[in-house]
Design a protein around this ligand. Structure first.
Ligand SMILES: [Zn+2]
Ligand SMILES: [Zn+2]
Length: 283
């Protein structure tokens, strides 16, 4: 128990106002994706562009400069108009850092969107041609892509009383290779089951916001993310959900340094792929 009461307003929010946003938004050079390859571009926070030879998929896209009173401290990796045509949008849950209606409205151009059950009414009016609501382990297909919703340990209310909203992560499968976007989650035993049901190769795992003002256990810390990675039996760990918005008391640069030192101890340092916003990687 801390001796001094901490104050999120004076210790985190107000200092953020005086912190200059870092990062730049150069036009990215999206690579040609060959059959069987994945192109992955981190946009920032939990937002990713995942490309296959045939499809461009956006996950939790968010170009917001502010989440209500929380300032974005790192620019998105590139500007929204640099995006290629998007074939499919996935949103893991209704929290403001993952579901940004303004961003979604700009991306929507008659393509499908996939959300957990109970989230559809937040996106149905934005310009998507169909809203798929998935329950845990349910799947939806788009050509050669198979999308599955996975469980997590979190909560889904965007406001206070809308606790009916679902929340989860996604497994994207194409050409026999699987990418897992965890969404937000505390550490929980379910990672093992996700790894048993899906042969996950690349795991996008959240490592920040583990010291939230609410004190609730809703986000993994970096050590728990390594544990989750091992239980998923994935081959590559891509850390996310750090360095963009201060959603917890921890300093912005703490999650990554803790992750790297834990990964070294666990002997998986070579399996960690630290991405830079706006710089595509082909795997
Ligand atoms: Zn969340
Ligand atoms: Zn989040």
């Amino acid at each position: 128990m801390a001796w001094h009461r901490r104050n999120f307003l004076t210790q985190v929010l107000i200092p953020s106002l005086f912190t200059k946003r870092s990062g730049d938004e150069a036009a990215p050079r999206f690579p040609e994706i060959k059959p069987g390859e994945y192109g992955i571009t981190w946009i920032g926070h939990a937002s990713f562009l995942v490309q296959t030879h045939d499809y461009n998929v956006l996950i939790d896209p968010n170009w917001a400069r502010w989440l209500k009173v929380i300032k974005r401290l790192k620019q998105p990796g590139f500007e929204i108009h640099h995006l290629p045509d998007i074939d499919l949008v996935l949103v893991t849950h209704a929290h403001f850092d993952h579901l940004d209606r303004r961003t979604l409205r700009r991306i929507a151009s008659d393509q499908p969107i996939v959300v957990p059950v109970g989230v559809g009414n937040l996106v149905h009016d934005l310009g998507f041609n169909i809203v798929h609501e998935l329950d845990y382990w349910q799947t939806v297909r788009l050509g050669s892509l198979k999308i599955s919703l996975t469980p997590c340990h979190h909560w889904g209310a965007r406001f206070l009383a809308d606790l009916h909203r679902g929340f989860g992560g996604f497994v994207i499968e194409a050409n026999g290779r699987a990418i897992f976007h965890c969404g937000d989650s505390a550490y929980f035993p379910g990672f093992k089951e996700i790894g048993e049901r899906h042969d996950i190769e690349i795991a996008l795992l959240p490592i920040g916001a583990y010291d939230p003002p609410s004190g609730r256990e809703v986000h993994m810390n970096p050590e728990e993310a390594v544990q989750a990675f091992l239980e998923l039996r994935a081959k590559k760990l891509v850390p996310m959900h750090y360095g963009t918005f201060r959603l917890g008391y921890e300093p912005l640069d703490e999650p990554l340094s803790r992750l790297l030192s834990r990964a070294r101890e666990a002997g998986i340092h070579d399996d960690v792929l630290v991405m830079t916003e706006g710089q595509p990687v082909v795997l």
